[in-house]
Design a protein around this ligand. Structure first.
Ligand code: 7RM
Length: 632
């Protein structure tokens, strides 16, 4: 498939995509295997919302990830798996083998009662079986719901219930650095209250002791002995659901973002190939976990659709030491490398002695995703890792967008540190002011919206279409609202400035402040909490919690430990607050709304200008909080 190869071509493609989106996307979609071609490219309306791409078309995404490549690259490595423990053997899985293993796994799912349209929860470590299970669901038309294996039993339970999953695939345990996580024990706890789950299929990874419930729990390796590797791909309509993936918003529980088969496939491949400028034979490594959207689109689907070799890493960047990423790059001759700013900052902080031993000479393109990348980290990444000759693609996108929206095309777009630069062809961003008016021209700032559909956009929030409408399509009429603030500079380049809603981004992971507050409120001594984000050197944003207690804790260290334990129980270790301040009141307006703006200022340590406090019910609480925070 051809890709854009110059800035002039980018511009002409961009113009074409705006002038005639349907013929633009039809041309991209031609490159895939369709069981039946579409009748109409697009129907849309952002009010309901209703978004349909490649209407009437039929396909199976796994035929396009696997079967389509067998003749030309059956013996090429599809997945190159690097284990947590560097002394354990890496595993290369060819396209032929991957095809066979996906088909076998699909037959295991069927044997255990899975049918087209079922929701199947995947709660697994970063082993090849996770990618295989994902594709096996898609093979039989079941909707996968991958839950990051760092989430707690409660979070898992909420997600299983919301999507009424009937099967869960998990493992006895998982390795992450020096730690072993007992996944099966967590699943057992979650399943106590999830009657919809009829079967749990368990991968043996650690060999640890687990409980197997007769009639419900089966071992994957035993099941695989009972099936063959022939599994025809289920015929899917373009708009049939491919997966649901839970993500946090400013209110309520995490919502299930739904993506569908046809449009997602077309955009995943197109964006992967163009942003990274993928060349046949490249070794590509995205360090994300498949539990996040980045892993879905740019470990599994995008690279496999393009016929690439995708590296999958089980471990963490700092195990056994902070040179692990660079060791793996050299070991597997990685050409395209995609990671998160938080990892870059954490590794930079450990010192260059962890980078210097490695040549990194195979690298050609570096990518960044998940949060704004600060200039210091950008330059270190550029100089120390890219040796000044690897373009950095700072890719802005969201779970809801399915694929990269605003990003340089590697080697084509002129870069500007901390700028995501320009929209991909087919993407029509706009900035709006607080009254909802579009801000035209350059050198301006506003709330980032998208005013025209793209193939991989969110279709609904699982089981609650009205929530999708309210959250994304109601703030600004006729536009998709991203929740991000953004600047467009004098060159028309976009720079994402961060969330403008009550979502905080901790190490590239999204949390709603309300969600963390609800968890902390579960502590028996906590009356009420307000949570805000504050700038954090490594994580991007840290979590700052203000808590009102029934009685002053006798020992602050013990109290903090208990609150952490509560948060770990209700969400997971990644949502632990960095700071907890006990206060006797919260700054509320007369209508009872917490003025987070003030709490953010205090968390930042900047109380020089707290802005307008005249609407506060009781201004004295602010003085008191300032004093408790040591800023009085
Ligand atoms: C892919 C992903 C989405 C939120 C988004 C932004 C922030 C992501 C960038 C970024 C600045 C970037 N999906 N974000 N990428 N901010 N520059 N390159 O992260 O759903 O988990 O998060 O992440 O705030 O709205 S996500």
């Amino acid at each position: 498939m051809k890709k854009i190869n110059s800035i002039e071509q980018y511009q002409s493609q961009y113009e074409k995509s705006v002038e005639n989106p349907e013929s633009f996307w039809a041309e991209k979609a031609e490159n895939f295997n369709w069981i039946k071609k579409w009748d109409k490219v697009l129907e849309w309306e952002f009010n309901t919302p209703k978004i349909e791409w490649f209407i009437g078309g039929q396909l199976n995404i796994t035929e396009n990830c696997l079967d389509r490549h067998l003749e030309s690259r059956g013996n090429q490595t599809a997945i190159l798996w690097e284990p947590n423990d560097p002394t354990e053997q890496a595993i290369e899985i060819t396209y032929n083998e991957l095809h066979n293993r996906v088909c076998s796994f699909a037959n295991v799912l069927k044997r255990n009662g899975a049918k087209k349209g079922d929701r199947i929860c995947l709660y697994m470590p970063m082993t090849p079986e996770l990618a295989i299970a994902t594709l096996a669901c898609a093979r039989i038309g079941a909707i996968h719901s991958v839950v990051f294996a760092g989430f707690s039993a409660r979070s898992l339970e909420d997600r299983i219930k919301d999507a009424t999953c009937n099967i869960i695939v998990t493992a006895d345990g998982g390795y992450r650095g020096a730690k072993t996580i007992e996944l099966k024990t967590i699943v057992d706890k979650a399943l106590e209250t999830c009657p919809s789950i009829k079967k749990s299929i368990v991968l043996k990874r650690t060999g640890g002791e687990v409980n197997m419930k007769t009639g419900r729990d089966v071992w994957l390796h035993e099941e695989l002995n009972q099936v063959d590797n022939i599994c025809p791909a289920e015929k899917m309509n373009s708009e049939d659901e491919l997966f649901v993936l839970y993500t946090s918003g400013s209110t309520g529980k995490p919502k299930g973002v739904v993506h569908t088969c046809g449009g997602y496939m077309v955009y995943a491949e197109y964006s992967f190939r163009n942003v990274f400028q993928y060349q046949e034979g490249d070794i590509y490594w995205c360090t994300a976990d498949i539990g996040w959207i980045t892993g879905h689109t740019y470990i599994v689907y995008g690279p496999l659709l393009a016929g690439a070799t995708t590296v999958m890493f089980e471990g963490v960047p700092t195990y056994p030491d902070a040179g692990r990423f660079w060791e793996i790059c050299d070991k597997h001759n990685v050409n395209l490398f995609y990671t998160a700013p938080t990892a870059i900052r954490a590794l930079q902080a450990r010192g260059n002695q962890f980078v210097n031993p490695y040549s990194l000479s195979s690298l050609r393109v570096l990518g960044s995703v998940g949060e704004p990348i600060n200039e210091e980290a950008w330059h270190w990444y550029n100089d120390k890792i890219g040796k000044g000759n690897c373009p950095i693609v700072d890719t802005w996108w969201q779970t809801e967008t399915g694929g990269i929206m605003i990003s340089p095309l590697a080697g084509i777009t002129a870069l500007k540190p901390s700028y995501a630069t320009l929209p991909l062809p087919g993407i029509q961003p706009c900035l709006v002011d607080s009254d909802g008016n579009e801000i035209e021209g350059n050198d301006v700032q506003g709330n980032l919206c998208i005013k025209f559909p793209w193939p991989s956009m969110i279709r609904t929030t699982y089981g609650d279409h009205d929530r999708c409408k309210q959250v994304y399509f109601s703030t600004y009429k006729g536009k998709y609202f991203t929740g991000d603030g953004c600047r467009r500079d004098e060159d028309g380049y976009y720079r994402i400035t961060g969330r403008v809603d009550d979502v905080i981004n901790v190490s590239g992971h999204r949390f709603g402040t309300a969600e963390i507050e609800a968890a902390i409120d579960e502590h028996e001594n906590v009356v009420e909490t307000a949570v805000v984000g504050f700038p954090h050197d490594i994580k991007g944003q840290g979590i700052y919690a203000y808590a009102i207690c029934h009685s002053q804790p006798t020992d602050m260290d013990t109290f903090i430990k208990e609150v952490n334990k509560t948060v770990i129980e209700f969400i997971g270790p990644i949502a632990k607050p960095d700071k907890i301040l006990i206060v006797s009141g919260l700054p509320k307006t007369r209508s009872g709304k917490i003025m987070r703006r003030i709490l953010r200022k205090i968390a930042e340590g900047d109380v020089s200008n707290l802005g307008d406090t005249s609407t506060l019910l009781d201004p004295s609480v602010v003085e008191e909080i300032k004093t408790s925070a040591g800023l009085g």
